[in-house]
Structures are given as C-alpha cells and as structure tokens.
Design a binder for this molecule. Structure first.
Ligand code: GLN
Length: 524
C-alpha cells in the first residue's frame, strides 16, 4: 500500500525549522479560550434545557441539534464575508465579541429560568443568546483555522505539526471549560447553570482580548508581511455591519422555526449542498484530476456525517445516560454527569502525539494507511465504542445503574477514532482542494458537520424514556425499546459506513493520486 504521506506531490522542504512562529501560540491561546466557551457551554446545555427550562428530552435534543448544526453552517457566510470584505482579524474580533454577548445573554436567561409557560422572557433570551453565538461562530471559526496556515510559507513542512498543536489548543480549551462549567453549573441546583454561562462569556472576552493584544506583533508571514488584514479593494466593510442584524434575525428565525414549527434546517442544508456543487462543477477550467480530487472530498464528507452524528451524542443522549443511568460515584464523591464529556479532550490531548508517532513509524516502513483507510478505521473505532456500551446496558434491570467503566471505554475508543478521522480529513481537504476552491471545499467539510449535528440531535431525541407511554420509535424499521437498541443503531450505522469506506478506499486512493501525481515533467 502506498504510504499516505508519500502519495503527496514532493514539495521542496522549507529551510525554516525548529520552533514555530509565535503567532501560532497567539492563535492557540485565542482558540483555547473560544473552545472553553463553546464546549463549556455545550457541556451543560441539554441539562440546562431539561432541568431548568423544563423542556422534555426529545425537544431539548432536537434544539441542541438545531443549534450545533447552525454553528457549522454559518462559517459558510463568515468565510465569504471575511474573504471579500473583512479579512481574518476583523472577523475574529467581531465573532468573538458576538459570542461573548451571546453567553452573557444566556446568563440572563438562566438567572430567571423556568418553563416557557411562565418564563417566556427567559426562553426568548435563550434563543437570542444561542442565535448570537451562532452568528459569532460563523465569523470566528473559519478565520482562526485558516490563519494558522497563513503564518507559514506554502511549502513549509511544519504546517501539519502546526495544526496538531492547534488541535491540542482546541482540546485543552474544551477540557478546562468543560471542567469548570460542570463543577460550577451542573451542581444539582438549576439556578447554578447561569454561572457556567457567565464563565464562558468571560472566557470568550479573554480570548478576544488576547488576540487583539498580540495580532499586530505576531501575526505575519515568515517574510514579515502582516496577515489577516482587511482585503485591499474591500469597499463594503461598513455595509457588512449593517447586515449583522439581518443575519441575526435570520438565524433566530430558523432556529425558532426548526424547533417550534417544522424542520427548516434540513432543507437548508440540502440547498447549501446543491449551491456548492453547482458553483464548483460549473467551472469549466477544472482539470480531470482536479475533479477526481473534489469527488474524493465529497465522498469522504458523506461518510464523516455518520461519524459525527454518533460522536456528537456526547453532550446529548450520552449525557442523559450519565445523568440517569450511570453510577457516577467514585471514592465517595458523586461526579457531575456533564464532566464525563471531558474524557474526550483528555484522550485527544494525550493521544495526539502518540498517534502522530504511530503514523510516522508506519510511514518509515512504507506501511502507513492511506487517508480513506484511516478514516474507515475511525468509524470502526466509533462502532467499537458503542458496542462496548451495548455490553454495559444489555438486559439492564430497572433501577440498576451501569458502571462508569463503559462510558470511559466508549470515550477512549471515540477519541482514538476522532484522531484517525478529524485531523486526517482536514488535511485531506486542504491538500486535494484546487486553490481557487479551497474555502468552498472547506465549507463542504463544515456542511457535513452541520448535517451530522442535526442528525445527532434527531437521534438523541429517540433516547428511550422508560416513563414515556408513546409507541417505541423506529429507525429504518428497527424498534428502539431500550438503551441496548438505542446504542446498537450507532454500532450498525458506523460499522456499515466503515465497511463501505474501507471497500472503496483503494478506488479513492487512485482518484487522489490522479490529483497528486501530475505527469512527471520531461527530464532535461
Ligand atoms: N473538536 C474539533 C473542534 O472543535 C473538531 C470538531 C468537528 O469537526 N466536529 O474544532
């Protein structure tokens, strides 16, 4: 098998070596605080919705799915505005401030919590807070990710390592945020959730402040040219500010319609997909090899939907499970249900360097799997995680709580799967996308995440409720009557997706080679 790293066109290595530019650590710190805010809030969100806002689990799950789905959809707009009008820096600052405002709005919502019938204002504040964060994230997330690469010259071999360091910043932020919000928010008293949101708002302000403090000094190319400034011929900088309230109203409307009236987000995702396909494939200047590479991006993006839909059960059904069905007592201390999601960040931070070593060692022997094979492995590990869980809940008697071992094992396997799939997928998209469609194809990756998160919310809404008298829900003719059935759905879907991806990986590798191996230039 061709080693994946060797299947890339050889690039002249950049002479720069050793330590990374300081700008990387500035972006690391900024993203760390932002992920503190995002994951910290998300960790307690469904518990806040069910225990303080008195929503039922099915509604809260779909609401969570709608929110996280839109979080991945708005980068399409944020990326576009940044490329044309604002540049990375302004987008990150505005996005950061909006997200901080959103968190403070949630703080006010959670300060006067209760069911919608008696606490309408607090429910409107909840929508407003989440909507503001969705818009803010659209500006922040795509820009901070693309700035990492712009600190290096295009051929710098340290780029992959830079993204790994950055990924660790993401997970470090997630770990700190999740720990703090679980401890101060998920206390058993619904009035305490607000402290979690307050902490997340402060974290987001800190991130924005750190970024603004260091941007002028540290964000430049190796040649010293400032990066992320407002594009030179940008005329509509101010006009975009006027657009913000429109965007906010749109997002709020969609979130409300989707959760309270009828599915709105799913068709929207479909429209976005068709529009992107049209924009790319109507371009006649693409070579055959380009098209093959783009097809690979679309195909793997389809498979990752199955991954994230199952993976993102963490803050939803898996947190319901930890809360209600799992023994959370260790050394006499009962841990908050939401804190278990933290295991993912811990395993990723600890496992990322290990995984990099494994790929390098295999690469040296010419045995490193091609990217689609690694991604199939990720899906298989995900299925294995849910299989372990199925053992834990098999024949579960009413009133019996499951050992936390099963959830810990699940998170371990899922994190290993994430490391096989997520960074690999990101770099695959980066490398296969023709330069002129780089952002648009990154949007395809985000769109897959949006679809997956929406599906995750829907799946979590099927979490079996023993108290419910409604008929058992079905998925493709399969009845979900208990936890075993519920987790089995993820085992089967992820295992089937892994199997198919594995089977077609040879074909995908050939399509990738078409893009990466142009006919060799005639030797002089
Ligand atoms: N955990 C990573 C992040 O927060 C990747 C998440 C994803 O792509 N769904 O950026």
């Amino acid at each position: 098998m061709q080693p994946a790293t060797a299947s890339l066109r050889p690039q002249p290595p950049q002479t720069a070596s050793g330590s990374h530019p300081r700008g990387l650590y500035l972006l690391f710190a900024t993203e760390m605080w932002e992920r503190f805010s995002y994951y910290g809030m998300r960790a307690v969100l469904v518990l806040f919705l069910t225990k303080a806002m008195m929503m039922d689990k099915a509604f809260a799950s779909k609401f969570y799915g709608g929110y996280t789905s839109l979080v991945y959809l708005t980068p399409l707009i944020g990326g576009f505005i940044s490329d044309r009008y604002w540049g990375n820096r302004r987008s990150i600052t505005v996005g950061g401030l909006l997200m901080a405002i959103g968190q403070f709005t949630l703080f006010f919502s959670a300060s006067n919590y209760g069911p919608a019938s008696t606490h309408q204002l607090s429910h409107w504040l909840l929508y407003a807070g989440l909507g503001t964060m969705i818009v803010g994230n659209g500006f922040f997330k795509p820009n901070i990710s693309s700035m990492v690469g712009s600190l290096y010259s295009p051929t710098d071999t340290r780029k992959d390592a830079a993204y790994t360091i950055f990924y660790m910043g993401i997970n470090l932020g997630s770990f700190i945020g999740n720990t703090i919000t679980s401890l101060i928010g998920d206390t058993g008293h619904p009035g305490d959730f607000r402290w979690a949101f307050l902490a997340c708002g402060i974290a987001m302000l800190l991130g924005t402040a750190v970024f603004n403090w260091g941007k002028g000094k540290y964000l430049h190319t190796p040649e010293g040219e400032q990066v992320g400034l407002t594009p030179v011929h940008s005329g509509g900088v101010k006009g975009v500010y006027a657009l913000l309230p429109v965007l906010l109203a749109l997002v709020l409307g969609i979130l409300w319609l989707d959760s309270a009236m009828f599915p709105t987000i799913a068709p929207l995702l479909g429209i976005a997909l068709v529009a992107i396909i049209y924009m790319i494939f109507s371009d006649k200047s693409l070579s055959g090899a380009d098209v093959q590479g783009i097809m690979v991006i679309f195909i793997v993006s389809f498979f990752v939907v199955f991954f994230w839909a199952a993976f993102e059960q963490a803050p939803a059904s898996l947190t319901f499970f930890a809360d209600e069905q799992m023994d959370r007592t260790i050394f006499g201390i009962t841990l908050p249900a939401s804190i278990f999601q933290n295991l993912n960040a811990i395993f990723v931070v600890a496992g990322a360097p290990l995984m990099a070593m494994v790929w390098t060692a295999l690469g040296k022997r010419g045995a490193e799997p091609a990217s689609p094979v690694k991604m199939a492995m990720g899906l298989a590990l995900l299925a294995a995680g849910y299989l372990v869980m199925c053992f834990g809940v098999h024949n579960l008697q009413p009133g019996v709580k499951v050992s936390m071992f099963f959830l810990v094992a699940l998170y371990f396997l899922h994190s290993a799967g994430e490391l096989c799939l997520s960074p690999i997928g990101l770099s695959l998209v980066n490398k296969l996308a023709p330069a002129k469609f780089a952002s648009l194809l990154m949007a395809v990756w985000f769109l897959a995440n949006a679809a997956a998160n929406y599906l995750a919310g829907y799946m979590s809404s099927l979490y079996p409720d023993p108290k419910s008298t409604a008929p058992a829900p079905t998925v493709l003719g399969f009845h979900i009557t208990n936890l075993y059935d519920f987790f089995m759905v993820f085992v089967v879907s992820a295992a089937v997706a892994a199997g198919i991806l594995f089977l077609i990986s040879g074909r995908l590798a050939k399509m990738m080679d078409a893009r990466n191996y142009p006919a060799p230039a005639p030797q002089a």
